[in-house]
Structure formats: structure tokens, C-alpha cells
Design a protein around this ligand. Sequence first.
Ligand code: NAP
Length: 319
Amino acid sequence: MQAIRVHQFGEPEVMKLETLPDPTPGPGEVLIRVKAAGVNPVDTYIRAGSYGKLPMPYTPGLDAAGTVEAAGVGVKVFKAGDRVYMSGTLTGAYAEKALCKVEQVHRLPDKVTFAQGAGMNVPYATAYRSLFQKAQAKGGEVVLVHGASGGVGVAAVQIARAAGLIVIGTAGSDRGLALVKEQGAHHVLDHRKPDYLAQVIGLSDGRGVDVVLEMLANVNLGKDLTIMAPGGRVVVIGSRGSVEVSPRELMVRDVTVLGMVLFNATPSETASIHAALVAGLENGTLRPVTGRELPLAEAPQAHKAVMEAGAYGKIVLIP
Ligand code: NAP
């Protein structure tokens, strides 16, 4: 099979397409023929070496969708040909085939494309965990999805809207703002404008927001704390540096700041997340948006694109 391989950390060009033997599924494992692989910002951090040591060489990618090629001994729930998406893999998603543990494999309904399925795992699981397992969001509350035009943001807007929250989403391009509105945000704001957060208080009937899902905390956390309702919760999902905050803003409204990394979810939390996500795909609540498809060999271009401004849903690689 063909797979992207990384032999040393570095710039996107360290990713090369190579030919490898097909993996064989062992007991409790499933081999997936990848039809589309999702590109996440975390893939670029890992490739650059910021996530620490990794056995080299490796194949990048945590997210993909495709069909079951073969199931190992003891796997009863999947058979060859089943449509599936994965939540992590043993061998890497940027490849024609990927080996998974059976618990990393989830059914993909017929009406969902493989490119959409490739956008499920990290973005939707992050959005779901942040909203419900971390912020304990409830219907009727106001959520600010601070960075709503990318993978996690689109997922969060769809999930929050379906759960009955009032959704305010931000983006930094006109195309992104239109996308966030189409995905169900009640209100959209442009995070390029200097005074955009001043409008949040008015949009939340003067109370402020109950929940912030923050994609760029190093830029926004200090400002987020000034627009919170009493008892508000900020979930820090993304951050690319440090930030100054005024602790007094936390105190006066009993605000909680919650850190969250998807990799810290326990196996039972992960199983619960994907049970909910599969149900959301089945009933049409969840509709992953694919902004761009690139051939597998263009993984370096995909890594550059995912870090650029002007996000529009997901970037996926097609083997
Ligand atoms: P993405 O698809 O690249 O989207 C990035 C989002 O951030 C876009 O909506 C972008 O908007 C927005 N953004 C840019 N400047 C902003 C600003 N000043 N204020 C608010 N938002 C701004 O990335 P993603 O997959 O959605 O992930 C978002 C972040 O969360 C990344 O940093 C990623 O590493 C992190 N993440 C963390 C976890 C975790 O487990 N903690 C899981 C998944 C992702 P425009 O491009 O329209 O300006």
C-alpha cells in the first residue's frame, strides 16, 4: 500500500509518499481501506516535533473513513465491506490502509460521504466533549463558539444548535461567516473586527455567555472572561502561546476555565462520545463540511493550508 511516512520531524516536506506492506489485523483489530483521511492542526504539531518523541518512521493522521478490508479474530461487529470511520488508528490514517483496534471503528451511515466521515473524529469528538463532558452545557444556555469556521467550530455549532443552545459563532472571513450561519449559528461575529465582542452582551440579553468554546486562547482568553454570564464556563480547546488574564474577572462572576485535550478522554468517555456522534450522523443532525480535498501525495500542502487563516470546514486527503 501507499502511505505518507515521516522519518524526521520538520517542515511539511518531511512527509513523503512511500510503498509499504499491507498491515494484517491481529485479534481484536480491523483493517480499513481508507477512502478519505482528515487533516487536523494537531497532525502538524506532531510532525513538527512539538508533541515529543515518536518512534520513527511513522504515518501521520488520526482520522479517516473507508470500508472494512478485513477483521481479525474475535471481531464480531464488523465484516468486510462495512462503511466506517475511525477514532484513531494503530498505523496512521494518511495511507491507503489503516489498522485500528475494534473500539476505534464506528459505523458510517450510507448517507454520509467518506470525506465527511474523515472529518468526524477529532473535530466532532472535541466539540461534543467540550460542550457536554467539560462545560456541562444545557439547552437554553448561550454558547460562544470562538472560532466556528474550522473543523471543531462547525461541529460545535451543529451540536450546540441541535441541543437547544443559543449559538454565537465567530469567523475571520466572509465565506467563513456565511458557513457558520448556514450550519445553524443564531448570530455570527467577525473576529477580525476590533469591537466584535462588545456585541456579545447585547446578543445574550445583557447576561453574557454561559459557555465559550475557545479555539485560540492565547489571543482571546483575557477578553472572554469579560463577557461571561454568572457561573460561566470557558473551555480552552486551542492555544498557541501565553496570555494575560485578570483573575478578578473570574472571581466576580464565578467563572470556571476548563482545559481540555481529547487524548485525555477515558475509554468509556470516548465510547459514549462516539455513540452520540453516530446517532447524530444517522438522524442528520451532524453534517461534516468538507472544504477541500487533496490527493494523499499532497499532504505537505494540506499541512500548510490547515494552519492558514480563512478556515472553511475540513481539509481531507484522498488516497
Ligand atoms: P481549523 O479547522 O484550522 O480552524 C481554526 C479556527 O480558529 C477557525 O475557525 C479560525 O477562523 C479560528 N480563528 C482564527 N483566528 C481566531 C481568533 N483570533 N479568534 C478566534 N478564532 C480564531 O482548526 P480546528 O480543527 O477547528 O481546531 C481549532 C483549534 O483547536 C486548533 O488550535 C487545534 O489545534 C485545537 N484543537 C484542540 C483539541 C484538543 O483536544 N484540545 C482538539 C482539536 C483541535 P478563521 O480562519 O475564519 O479566521
